[in-house]
Write a protein that binds this ligand. Structure first.
Ligand code: NDP
Ligand code: PYC
Length: 342
């Protein structure tokens, strides 16, 4: 269906899933990768996540063409060591590596109360909330972080050191969608900078500096200069933590290593990811249902005053998509179809 008011086409989840899978296979990805990637980017489009929806299939295709991604990688699940489940992604895309490690993460977390899934050497271009939701679906809380490419300057500096380094958190709720937040520690995500560049629109104030360190809202100037963290020194410290915990701690690359490996080829970041899971029944003990109710009271004290919970916009978009189909801007759809001709 085409809506001329929004110039968007509307698809069912399965239609869009098949299109994304076709593109992924067309650029040379194996069947399992194509399925796992399509699931994530179509979920993003369904939830109106502009920077990490179906648009990302374009990033996936261009990354595949750099030759830096192992398109047939079979993620290797390593023997579990204590609370640490490790998957070597073999330089393939991350969604299949996450799927490979999830069952062992859930089992380990339920056994020990706390579990870590370490993914090494994955090429990463997706949002983190689909992984958070996959963990909260098991009644567990989740905390996830990952580096990216060094595009972001530390507070007080003007040279890129950090990636856009997202942090995501999820809390399971009885009979409800989970409480989830998921954001870049940069003022805006790189995906949003790209969308501004494509649309020819300025960045918000505070998003970045040009090559001379002067504040700029020009996406191209900021791409040549540096993006900035959100919240000044606070975002800068959180971003440093992501480099340490999801890079150095797990024996993997930092955002600086990732961009050095890319060497100007314009591919997607390659590094590790740290996924922590917590079993509330082990932490809170037999009184967990009581404490879970206290969490609900906390959420109510936020929403009762008109404030919203993170992910509420996303869940509302999901409901809309389920009702009337998933909207894809016509121009973006044309670009995706053109990929199939190349
Ligand atoms: P946003 O700033 O769009 O949103 C951040 C979070 O805050 C969301 O959970 C959002 O919920 C919530 N939120 C927004 N406004 C409000 C509000 N007024 N009240 C309460 N909560 C609110 O995220 P970013 O642009 O920083 O990141 C977008 C995506 O990019 C993320 O999914 C992230 O994982 C991904 N990303 C991935 C990277 C990678 O290396 N793989 C790197 C950087 C980013 P809601 O969605 O409902 O608005
Ligand atoms: O939007 O910053 C971003 C991003 C980096 C890698 C994937 N998404």
């Amino acid at each position: 269906m085409h809506d001329s008011a929004t110039d968007s086409l509307y698809f069912s989840f399965d239609e869009l899933l098949q299109l994304a899978q076709r593109v992924a296979r067309h650029v040379g990805l194996g069947e399992d990768h194509a399925r796992a990637i399509a699931q994530v980017v179509v979920s993003g489009q369904r939830d109106a996540c502009g920077s990490h929806g179906i648009y990302r299939i374009l990033s996936c295709a261009s990354a595949a063409r750099t030759g830096l991604v192992n398109l047939q990688a079979q993620p290797q699940l390593q023997p579990v060591q204590g609370a640490v489940v490790r998957v070597d992604a073999q330089r393939g895309f991350s969604p299949l590596a996450f799927e490979t490690g999830l069952p062992a993460l859930v089992e380990t977390t339920k056994r020990l109360g706390l579990g870590a899934l370490v993914i090494n050497q994955c090429v990463h271009f997706t949002a983190l909330w689909p992984e958070v939701e996959a963990i909260t679906a098991h009644g567990l809380a989740a905390l996830i972080m990952t580096p990216s490419h060094a595009w972001v300057a530390p507070a007080g500096g003007s040279k890129p050191v950090f990636g856009t380094n997202p942090i995501a958190f999820g809390w399971p709720r009885p009979g409800e969608v989970p409480y989830v937040f998921d954001f870049a520690t940069s003022a805006i995500a790189r995906g949003d900078l790209e969308l501004h560049r494509r649309a020819g629109t300025p960045l918000p104030d505070g998003a970045g500096v040009d090559e001379n360190g002067a504040p700029s809202t020009d996406p191209l100037a900021v791409a040549r200069g540096a993006m900035l963290t959100f919240g000044g020194h606070k975002g800068s410290a959180l971003s440093t933590m992501v480099e340490l915990m999801a890079g150095i701690l797990i024996g993997d690359w930092t955002s600086q290593d990732s961009i050095a490996f890319d060497a100007g080829r314009g591919g997607q970041p390659c590094h590790g990811e740290l996924i922590l899971a917590f079993d509330p029944e082990r932490f809170a003990g037999d009184d967990w249902p009581l404490h879970q109710q206290r969490a609900e009271e906390l959420f109510a004290s936020i929403t009762n005053q008109g404030a919203r919970l993170p992910s509420e916009r996303r869940y509302a978009a999901r409901r809309d998509s389920e009702r009337r189909g998933i909207a894809v801007p016509r121009g973006l759809h044309e670009e995706i179809m053109a990929l199939l001709e190349r």
